[in-house]
Design a protein around this ligand. Structure first.
Ligand SMILES: Nc1nc2c(ncn2[C@@H]2O[C@H](COP(=O)(O)OP(=O)(O)O)[C@@H](O)[C@H]2O)c(=O)[nH]1
Ligand SMILES: [Mg+2]
Length: 201
């Protein structure tokens, strides 16, 4: 029987500063992507809690790192969205410094990275940077092409093909690319399966 291990997820804390977990048994999975790519929505769908992660209609509002606990030692980390057009330059720099710091500090507890890309506009510059980081720090990566309900089946296939081709120029040993839709609940089961496998490694 299918069991959702994520329904007991609770909000832990928000922080602007990356801290190293004092408890080394903690496993973390981070959600990253442009502002408005659907990270918060995915957290809500994953956990079956409509308001767990605040869904912002104004892109770029989340500038803090949000920690959720799936269970006592399994954390889900919602990284601040990047590339918000209206964000001040300084804020963007701050963000870049933060994420690099995060990767360096967390490399040991970080079990996986989920990269969110709006299917209508995937593989933008900062997405590619994240892929480079994942490679450099050897962090397993899952790519979600979000809001797949917004385009036709034919277009979905095209986009999937384009992203697969672009990814082939990175020397990733394994990286799943899945369609995701919070509206159609596409890819939710697969996301849970992937998180399970990372957390239980
Ligand atoms: N149609 C559709 N809209 C979505 C989906 N996921 C997110 N959205 C919408 O996209 C906007 C941004 O989502 P949000 O989760 O706040 O993105 P975040 O900035 O990455 O956390 C919101 O208005 C959501 O309702 C999806 O799968 N389908
Ligand atoms: Mg968000």
């Amino acid at each position: 029987m299918f069991k959702n291990n994520y329904e007991n997820t609770y909000f832990l804390t928000s922080t602007a500063i990356v801290k190293k977990q004092s408890n080394s048994d903690i496993s973390e999975v981070a959600f990253v992507g442009y502002s408005n790519s659907g990270k918060s929505t995915a957290i809500n769908v994953l956990t079956n809690k409509k308001k767990l992660a605040r869904i912002s209609k104004t892109p770029g509002r989340t500038q803090l790192i949000n920690y959720f606990a799936v269970s006592e030692k399994k954390y889900l980390v919602d990284m601040p969205g990047y590339g918000y057009a209206k964000a001040a330059k300084l804020l963007k720099l701050e963000w870049e410094k933060n994420i690099i710091k995060y990767f360096k500090i967390m490399a040991s507890s970080l079990k996986g990275l989920v990269l969110f890309m709006d299917i209508r506009n995937p593989m933008k510059k900062l997405d590619e940077n994240i892929i480079h980081f994942a490679l450099r720090f050897r962090i397993p990566l899952l790519i979600l092409l979000t809001k797949s309900d917004k385009i036709t089946l034919e277009k979905r296939r095209q986009k999937l093909q384009i992203v697969t081709e672009k990814l082939s120029k990175f020397s990733l040993t394994s990286c799943d690319i899945n369609l995701f839709s919070a509206v159609h609940k596409t890819g939710v089961y697969e996301l849970r399966e992937k998180l399970d496998s990372w957390y239980n490694e």
